[in-house]
Design a protein around this ligand. Structure first.
Ligand code: CA
Length: 502
């Protein structure tokens, strides 16, 4: 072989082009799937988030393993259930030495970055660059930690996270390596403070009320009566923008003037209203839900800006774009705000993925997926071995398939396990675990020794538990067996006795 050809072969072998896909992971905090138009939202529009699904894939049955912020973030990073990643409630500190997909991707040659909310008490591990909020952060003028150093910032946090992320893509990205960028918004977390661009959205509009706004929980066990998360009783004056303490108002003069122009007339008009009973609940719902949706509008703008940056840089074709939330949310359903429960509004969470050339545009799936699946999926996409410790399943077969039927032929899970641990602290939601199949959901309130069973085909709003209905006795027995089996599979602590004692 001529020596020049040998040399060329050696050079090629030494540095093959790294064409592994980039990963742009966008996560918001507390985004109800009911507030995304691709999921049938009747109160707002999210054209940019929708675009990810229309050009890619929408997951209609995507769930969390524990519906609360820090545990879900840790589950996404590690691909494991809460008891294994060590953050079962918002109180624990995340141990960053355990295997996470960003650290493994970094080890495998990816350039990794995180911009936005972190909320895990320890410093991020596995990132070439990070700029994170401190704890929950602030909506305006939030201090941040950049690669270990505290910095002050100005402006509206959703817009700032967007600008920093676009800037990273444009100026700090290494063109010789694939990247994995996590853009993690604070919004639309409580206290739902809108940004300057959307302060007047929904003015003069009456948002539709959810059908279950005045739910009395009469068809459930007593568990639903124990919570403290009702629109009726538990929203605070700051949540309703009736009081604005100084710590929330670290704004520029211009932003402050715009804010006052939006809220002062509305609050002044309240003085002539005498609201009570259901009318007061309705007013609180409108005030709360509009501010929440205004926050979403800025998140949707952010997704638009990030997609545009990919288009303009020519990166879009080889970049996986993911939009998700750390859990779902009650936007007035069952009279609630917040999350935590295994009921559909908070157990289920948005997931939309675009991957040109792999996902057939416009696909939707009803197969069961869970937040612990994301880490194995990203590693599989990056051609990195998935550690045995990870408990989720790679979604790669779903992404590549043209229909759910073709995935079912090769086998896919037919049930999911859920566990919620934080009964102390805010909102007093009792501890529970449960199992969901395509049609049924069994919830076991572990300390209360109460069981609820829902037939989701007939009762999608979960208003009438059929746990004690004779017609459902065999379904209940089967789901109790399944709960014991999935609890053991997940290695979760707990009793192994039959719940019904039969
Ligand atoms: Ca959250």
């Amino acid at each position: 072989m001529p020596s020049t050809i040998v040399l060329a072969c050696l050079l090629l072998a030494a540095s093959p082009p790294d064409d592994r896909p980039n990963i742009l992971f966008i996560m918001s905090d507390d985004h109800a799937w009911q507030a995304i138009s691709q999921y049938g939202a009747d109160r707002n529009q999210t054209p940019n988030i929708d675009r990810i699904g229309l050009e890619g894939m929408v997951f209609d049955r995507h769930f969390v393993e524990n519906s609360i912020c820090a545990p879900s973030r840790a589950a996404i990073l590690t691909g494991t259930f809460s008891h294994l990643h060590g953050v079962p409630t918002n109180a624990e500190k995340f141990d960053g030495s355990q295997p996470t997909f960003p650290a493994l991707a970094q080890d495998a040659g990816y350039q990794t970055a995180l911009i936005g909310k972190w909320h895990l008490k320890s410093e991020p591990v596995g990132f070439d660059h990070y700029q994170r909020l401190i704890g929950q952060g602030l909506y305006y003028g939030s201090p941040m930690i950049r690669n270990g150093e505290r910095i002050e910032t100005e402006g509206y946090i959703t817009d700032l996270i967007t600008d920093l992320s676009v800037e990273w893509l444009e100026t700090q990205r290494d063109p010789d390596r694939p990247f994995m960028l996590m853009v993690q918004h604070k919004a639309p977390h409580r206290e739902w403070m809108p940004g300057p661009d959307h302060l007047h959205d929904f003015e003069g509009v009456d948002l539709p009320e959810p059908a279950t706004l005045f739910d009395d929980y009469g068809g459930r066990t007593n568990a639903s009566n124990l919570q403290e998360m009702t629109i009726r009783e538990h929203l605070r004056p700051v949540d309703l923008k009736l009081e604005m303490p100084e710590w929330m108002m670290k704004m520029s003069e211009a932003d402050r003037a715009a804010w006052d122009a939006a809220y002062q007339p509305k609050n002044a008009a309240l003085e002539s209203l005498e609201l009570e009973g259901d009318d007061l609940i309705r007013w609180k719902y409108q005030r709360y839900a509009k501010d929440y949706l205004r926050c979403i509008a800025s998140v949707d703008d952010s997704v638009g800006a990030l997609l545009a940056a990919l288009d303009e840089s020519g990166l879009a074709d080889n970049t996986i774009v993911v939009y998700t939330s750390d859990q779902g949310w009650y936007l007035g359903e069952h009279g609630w705000y917040d999350k935590r429960w295994m009921y559909e509004e908070s157990f289920r969470t948005p997931l939309l993925i675009r991957w040109p050339g792999v996902i057939e545009p416009g696909r939707r799936t009803e197969l069961l997926s869970q937040n612990i699946d994301l880490a194995p999926t990203f590693l599989a996409a990056a051609n990195v071995p998935v550690p045995d410790r990870m408990q989720g399943e790679s979604l790669m077969p779903l992404l590549k398939a043209s229909s759910d039927e073709s995935v079912e032929d090769i086998g896919w899970r037919d049930a999911l396990y859920y566990r919620y641990y934080e009964s102390e602290g805010p909102h007093k939601v009792p501890k529970h675990e449960g199992v969901r199949t395509r049609r049924y959901k069994l919830i076991h309130f572990t300390d209360l020794e109460l069981v609820e069973l829902y037939d989701l085909d007939l009762d999608p709003d979960e208003l009438n538990s059929v746990a004690d209905a004779v017609d459902y006795a065999s379904v209940r027995a089967r789901l109790e067996d399944l709960l014991v089996e999935l609890r053991a599979q997940s290695q979760s602590p707990g009793r192994t006795v039959r719940l019904s004692g039969s």
